[in-house]
Design a protein around this ligand. Structure first.
Ligand code: FES
Ligand code: FES
Length: 163
């Protein structure tokens, strides 16, 4: 891609967004700085920790390692887009709260998006599957057991329809 601005049309949390981006502009910068979706957190800025995880056409990606222009024509889902239209929390959000699956909370939005992606693929994952899948993201507070338990519990909570 040349140094020219690129036009991007994508859907973010079910709302169409259109903007021009520089070739080097990352998705997390568009989400946080232009769309004020600050639930997505920046930590390593290297694509290594998963704090900035969002779903791109349902697939978890590191938004700090995804160019904004790569989202053209795609659906982006962030933690702000998880609750149902009636305000009901996503089962993963509910289970994280009920299970106190966070300490400082900085990794939590990325963990929740990663878990949502897993349950969308496999609504009833076993513990080992959850452990391996969630191992893609880093919790610096090392609260992994509570996180894994929360994902197990989330799988038992019915998903609200009508999102
Ligand atoms: S902040 Fe994006 S992977 Fe760590
Ligand atoms: S709760 Fe602090 S980094 Fe995970």
């Amino acid at each position: 891609m040349s140094g020219e601005m690129a036009f991007v049309s994508c859907t973010v949390n079910s709302v169409t967004q259109e903007f021009h981006v520089r070739p080097e502009e990352m998705l997390i910068d568009v989400l946080r700085d232009r769309l004020a979706l600050t639930g997505t957190k920046l930590s390593c800025d290297l694509g290594a920790c998963g704090a900035c995880t969002v779903l791109l056409d349902g697939k978890p990606v590191s938004s700090c390692a995804t160019f904004a222009w790569q989202t053209d024509g795609m659906n982006v889902r962030t933690v702000e887009g998880l609750a149902a239209a009636n305000g009901a929390l996503d089962p993963v959000q509910q289970a994280f709260i009920e299970n106190s699956a966070f300490q400082c909370g900085y990794c939590t939005p990325g963990m929740i998006m990663l878990a949502r992606a897993l349950l969308d693929r496999d609504p009833s994952p076993d513990r080992e599957t959850i452990r391996v899948w969630m191992g893609a993201n880093i919790c610096r507070c090392t609260g992994y057991e509570m996180i894994i338990e929360a994902v197990e519990k989330a799988a038992l909570i019915p998903l609200e329809t009508g999102k």
